[in-house]
Design a protein around this ligand. Structure first.
Ligand code: 6GU
Length: 248
């Protein structure tokens, strides 16, 4: 998979060189290239923003540098199946399902917006040349889309076939669909020692009874999900003859 990132703060993306994405890059599974948007400006001050038409607070990112950057990236031949991701708080919320979709693409181009956003004509024009997704990390405001591009890249790269060493840890974790299709948070986990500061590991986990362990873990996942993420629980669930209802 080829990933390009367009940003006015390329240093923000330095962690991509380390961590998980760095390992995938070393193994040749992904090719990540970070670009400074200002390289496509033509004025002495390398201007990327201007005041909004119609008035209002803040600045808007000018279309010209973006246009020239996309001309370069979309015309470099390696464009088959390219998906352009604009990171913006007005986008579709990023989820594990979106991560799975993006992981199936051959090429991703992240466009990190700053200030009040990018001139809409950039998104409209790029939409005629590539598949475009506008994606938000969640319902809070960041100063720019760089951290979102970083988070999305990490979530996507670890789903690229051949990336994870242990495929089982990919299926069992939080936000993977269960057999019933429901999304549950992960159950609590424990390791040695069995007793630590007078706190004991739940005895069932030491029992060797694999069926009992599976049942306990599922129950814990359901309780945790009902309490922390009632939005993921559809209706009440029956657990050990006790009704567990999602919190208000
Ligand atoms: Cl993608 N960008 C910005 N600026 N803020 C955000 C975001 C993105 N996602 C959540 N908040």
């Amino acid at each position: 998979m080829r990933i390009d990132v367009l940003t006015i703060f390329p240093d923000y993306l330095a962690p991509l060189e380390l961590s998980l994405a760095g390992k995938a890059r070393d193994r040749g599974l992904i090719d990540i290239r970070v670009h400074d948007l200002r390289d496509w400006t033509r004025d002495r001050h390398r201007t990327v923003d201007d005041t909004p038409y119609g008035g209002g607070a803040g600045m808007v990112m000018k279309p010209e540098p973006w246009g020239e950057a996309f001309d370069t990236l979309l015309d470099d031949g390696d464009v088959e199946g390219a998906t352009v991701v604009f990171t913006t708080p007005s986008g579709q919320p990023f989820t594990q399902a979106v991560a799975r979709e993006l992981a199936s693409k051959g090429r991703l181009i992240f466009a990190c917006g700053r200030y009040e956003g990018i001139d809409q004509r950039v998104i409209d024009e790029v939409s005629t040349r590539a598949e475009v997704r506008e994606i938000s990390l969640g319902d809070y405001v960041l100063n720019g889309g760089e951290v979102a591009a970083l988070a999305i890249t990490e979530a996507v790269v670890r789903l690229v076939p051949g990336f994870m060493g242990n495929a089982a840890s990919l299926v069992e974790e939080s936000h993977t669909l269960s057999d019933s299709g429901a999304s549950l948070l992960e159950y609590p986990v424990y390791t040695k020692p069995a007793s630590w500061r007078d706190r004991e590991v739940p005895p069932v986990l030491l029992s060797g009874d694999h069926a009992a362990i599976a049942t306990w873990r599922h129950d814990q996942a359901v309780r945790r999900t009902a309490e922390r993420r009632p939005d993921l629980v559809h209706g009440s669930v029956l657990l050990d003859d006790v009704q567990v209802r999602p919190a208000e």
